[in-house]
Ligand binder design. Sequence first.
Ligand code: TMP
Length: 215
Amino acid sequence: MTNNGLFISFEGIDGAGKSTHISALAQTFEAQGRVVTLTREPGGTPLAEKLRALVLSDAMDAMTEALLVFAARRDHLQQLIEPALARGEVVLCDRFTDATFAYQGGGRGFDLKTLSYLERLVQTVQGLAVDFIRQPDLTIWFELAPSVAAIRLAGSRVPDKFESQPLDFFTRVSAGYLQRCDAQPQRFARINADQPRDRVWGEVKRAVQQRGWLG
Ligand code: TMP
């Protein structure tokens, strides 16, 4: 936590069912008098939303995709996330850099060292401790088997560029998430998303309560 601001990100493969829990957590924090900034990646600012539209629809190579999501992230951090944290708000962000490691790194097979370099470059916060790299205080990972996610997604809205990827792409994305979780276990709450919604919500709430951030 920084300046009493709180930064929580939500991750998982497409179809893992994050959205309702993000809204529920926002309402829970608000009921306790906290100001909540709800946002998403790629996106969250007018410029980053334009980049999102390109990333989700246009064909491009993995490096271009990685550079665009990090460009969007830079603007998002500078314009929205850092100011909200400095005001002491709770920032709930639907996806952040773990998604880049999972989708571009795992899914597309893009070089992880280059992603780590871009992460450091884009997320270094000036004016705080030397080498401070902004990361979520907590990342809630909705873990779901790709085959189950595919059934959930089937018949929903028209799939975007990522949602229409084959099953083995999502198997690699899941492995990418696992690698990030294993590298920074204290930051992650790993949640079994293959349960009834109220059970999943119970786990989400508990993960936040355990850290002393909810009454
Ligand atoms: P969503 O907001 O509906 O989850 O869609 C965002 C999509 O973009 C999702 O399929 C994951 C993908 N994505 C990346 O490929 N790299 C990233 O860095 C982020 C944040 C998202």
